[in-house]
Design a protein around this ligand. Structure first.
Ligand SMILES: [Zn+2]
Length: 151
């Protein structure tokens, strides 16, 4: 089974990058008491900056670095990330849900025209928030960053 994460409220940027890599990563800006316990019981590995939290669970990784590059390095070392490239950009970076294909008439007007005409097959849609994703310059920059991190 593929590894799933729950990231604490301090790790929003890391959560976004894990989602970009295709990992199911739950993140909230605020957790009520019991939320994290529930998510860990669901089978998620806790990522936290608080030793108190990571000591409490057997399935947890304590993150030390402040910056996301350092956090990614810690994840590679301690959570044994081996992302499958075909899973990259398969999730909404905001909602964490899997993106779906989109109907041509629905995509028109929601993506840049050159994407619509040249790369319709590459357009994906988030069924939860309605955002469109496509291979463009923003994606290219993210891929360069991921490659820089050694993925
Ligand atoms: Zn979304």
């Amino acid at each position: 089974m593929e590894i799933k994460f729950v990231a604490d409220c301090m790790l929003g940027r890391l959560a976004k990058w894990l989602r970009a890599l295709g990992y199911d990563t739950h993140y909230q800006r605020y957790y009520r008491p019991g939320d994290i316990e529930h998510l860990v019981k669901e089978g998620r590995l806790l990522l936290s900056r608080h030793r108190g939290a990571t000591d409490h669970y057997t399935k947890a990784v304590l993150i030390h670095a402040n910056g996301v590059s350092g956090q990614i390095a810690e994840m590679k070392e301690r959570a044994r990330l081996v992302p499958v490239r075909s899973n990259w950009f398969s999730r909404c970076l905001i909602c964490n849900v899997l993106l779906t294909e989109t109907r041509k008439d629905a995509a028109r007007g929601n993506v840049p025209e050159y994407v619509f005409y040249e790369n319709m097959a590459g357009i994906r849609f988030c069924p939860l928030c309605g955002r469109y994703y496509w291979p463009g310059s923003h994606r290219k920059r993210m891929i360069s960053q991921l490659e820089e991190w050694g993925f």
